[in-house]
Design a protein around this ligand. Structure first.
Ligand code: 13P
Length: 268
């Protein structure tokens, strides 16, 4: 993490896993061992059917854990069968939403334009957008990584003010590293997060770029998290597989806590 002000952001993307019983079990287990630090922002992103229950289980357990959805419709209401609006998410006290995950881009045809529309809606409705960017293996092999993430970042954030951009979270998730066990090497993950921050600085100004939290996602686990979270331009993780079990999620939170503490000590 580049600076103690940004802190670290640890978000578990549960994807299409867990029933309500399993989600409740996760919260109860995490409550037994929940390493917290004021500068570590902890989130889980369950499926729509689990959102209300998870919010209420967290409240009952009294733990510091925020809840995000995995998608949102950009329209506020209307005839959109199968979709869920920002207003409906707010209604069950959801605080954020993952937007433009690569699985949504590749399986559900989401584009930079739809990411932009959803991000605007989320911001207008008071949901924290976690905007995902990342190149495919073919794009990496064609040396298009920087071009792709630059376009995804700029086009996803079109027409936002620097003040709005300063509040959002961006997740760099190289598609080839998601669910494959192939983690992007730490220096390379940090370099691409640095490219994203540079692009933000050029478009929205340095103050904004320094405020944005940029996460790495793709096979992050307790055994590789320390290096990633300790890198100058990586402000946290968007974690799939390793977020599904309460004990490995707690280990990731503990690593984030230690990382923040080290940084604070270094600053004194
Ligand atoms: P894995 O951690 O399972 O690779 O998933 C990453 C991801 O897609 C998080 O959004």
């Amino acid at each position: 993490m580049a600076n103690a002000t940004r802190g670290l952001f640890i978000a578990g993307n549960w994807k299409m896993f867990k029933t309500n019983t399993e989600a409740r079990q996760f919260v109860l287990e995490l409550a037994q061992n929940n390493p917290t630090h004021p500068q570590v922002d902890a989130w889980v992103a369950p499926s729509f059917t689990l959102l209300a229950g998870t919010v209420s289980n967290i409240q009952q357990a009294g733990i510091r854990l925020n809840v995000a959805a995995q998608n949102v419709e950009s329209a506020l209401e209307g005839a959109f069968t199968g979709e869920v609006s920002a207003k409906q998410l707010k209604d069950v006290n959801v605080a954020g939403v993952i937007i433009g995950h690569s699985e949504r881009r590749s399986y559900y045809n989401e584009t930079n334009a739809s990411v932009n529309a959803k991000t605007k809606t989320a911001l207008a409705q008071g949901l924290l957008p976690i905007v995902c960017v990342g190149e495919t293996l073919a794009e990496r092999e064609a040396e298009q990584t920087d071009t792709v993430v630059t376009a995804q970042t700029l086009e996803g954030l079109v027409d936002l003010t620097p003040q709005q951009v300063a509040t959002i979270v961006i997740a760099y998730e190289p598609v080839w590293a998601i669910g494959t066990g192939k983690v992007c090497e730490t220096p390379e993950a940090n370099r691409v997060c640095g490219v994203i921050r540079q692009v933000l600085a050029e478009q929205f100004g340095d103050v904004t770029a320094q405020a944005v939290r940029i996460l790495y996602g793709g096979s992050m686990k307790p055994d590789n998290a320390e290096g990633l979270l300790g890198s100058s331009d990586i402000d946290g993780g968007l974690i799939g597989g390793a977020s599904l079990q309460a004990d490995s999620f707690a280990q990731l939170l503990a690593i984030a806590k230690t990382t923040v503490e080290k940084l604070e000590t270094a600053r004194v």
